[in-house]
Design a protein. Structure first.
Length: 349
């Protein structure tokens, strides 16, 4: 039985954040790449599987996600905007990538896992978790399996990408993109402008029907403010670390209620699907690098089918081109969300 939110839920959320914070400290101490996201994610996931009395700090997500959008918008400079036409070939390769990644994932869920067609389709589409869950439920799919599939996809992609960058390429998240921005580096006017971008950007993104409106609305306003020179400083680095902690904790909490004995097979299918999509990502990253000249390591993180907020935050922490990554992921969500329902109806007919 689902417990009603209240004081108990608040205490469990605080406990989850506490586990995440300790896990982040441990991860940072042992040199794990991107410690303040990967550490909380792994630590909280283990706690969830061990049935610890934790609860996802979901009320903080609407706070940190717009902050991430503002932070990402600060990466858009006139120099970056002048490079966007050069990314048209990368955007053109998105459609075949999504078809290939979705197809291999669907084959795993449908042919190997034996999922019903609706659940297999919406579990396989590399879109947003919430969007695919809502659309899949409306079409008659299994909500738990769809949610678990997308939670595992985000989890596995982040883990693999972080470990690949850190252990194989030697790219450390200790060198955040840019210098450390202290809290007092922002004048009162800067705080007011950036806060306004975060607060007003969400309804703007919702009104404009942007995918992941809580990210892209604030990002658009922040980008406009930085491009116009109204503000020239990025949000404080401490906020970035807090955002990593919160997001890592929430992703780890997605394993709440998942018992190995009950959903072990579904979890293995999710891991297999995620690894298969990552294999497709590597192939397309090589193609993108050959066609466009974009470094393969950048193309890989841009095409990796993880969560938009998580992957853009990851690119920032890894010192990659945030504007390129966010634009490609934005287009991925546009394509998947805009076509998933239509394609499904065509297949069903």
């Amino acid at each position: 039985m689902r417990q009603r939110p209240g004081t108990g839920a608040l205490g469990r959320a605080v406990l989850a954040l506490g586990i995440g914070a300790v896990s982040g400290l441990v991860a940072a101490g042992v040199g794990v790449p991107l410690p303040w996201m990967l550490g909380p994610m792994l630590g909280v996931a283990v706690a969830a599987l061990l049935r610890a009395p934790i609860h996802p700090p979901v009320p903080l997500r609407p706070v940190v996600i717009p902050a991430i959008g503002v932070m990402l918008g600060s990466s858009f400079t006139p120099e970056v905007m002048g490079m966007i036409p050069r990314w048209s070939a990368s955007v053109a390769l998105l459609a075949p990538f999504l078809v290939a990644a979705g197809a291999v994932s669907w084959l795993i869920y449908r042919r190997i896992g034996g999922y019903d067609p609706v659940t297999a389709y919406f579990a396989a589409m590399p879109g947003g978790l919430n969007d695919m869950l809502v659309m899949g439920a409306e079409a008659g799919g299994d909500e738990r399996r769809i949610a678990l599939a997308h939670g595992l996809r985000i989890f596995c992609v982040i883990v693999v990408i972080v470990l690949f960058y850190g252990l194989v390429l030697g790219v450390s998240s200790r060198g955040q993109a840019g210098a450390w921005v202290a809290l007092d580096a922002l004048a009162l006017r800067d705080w007011a402008i950036l806060t306004g971008c975060a607060v007003l950007g969400v309804p703007l993104g919702t009104w404009a029907r942007l995918p992941a409106a809580q990210v892209f609305g604030p990002m658009v306003l922040s980008a406009a403010a930085h491009l116009a020179g109204i503000v020239t400083v990025a949000p404080p680095t401490l906020l970035i670390l807090v955002a990593q902690l919160v997001i890592g904790t929430i992703v780890g909490c997605r394993f709440l209620g998942a018992a190995w004995g009950e959903v072990g097979r579904d979890m293995m299918l999710g891991v297999a699907s995620s690894l298969a999509m990552l294999a497709v990502t590597v192939v397309f990253a090589v193609i993108v690098a050959a066609v466009t000249g974009v470094p393969m390591v950048l193309a890989m993180i841009a095409f990796a089918p993880g969560g938009l907020a998580e992957m853009t935050l990851l690119s920032l922490a890894m010192g990659q081109d945030v504007a390129y990554v966010s634009v490609i992921h934005m287009m991925r969500l546009f394509v998947v969300i805009g076509t998933a329902g239509y394609v499904f109806r065509m297949i069903r007919r």
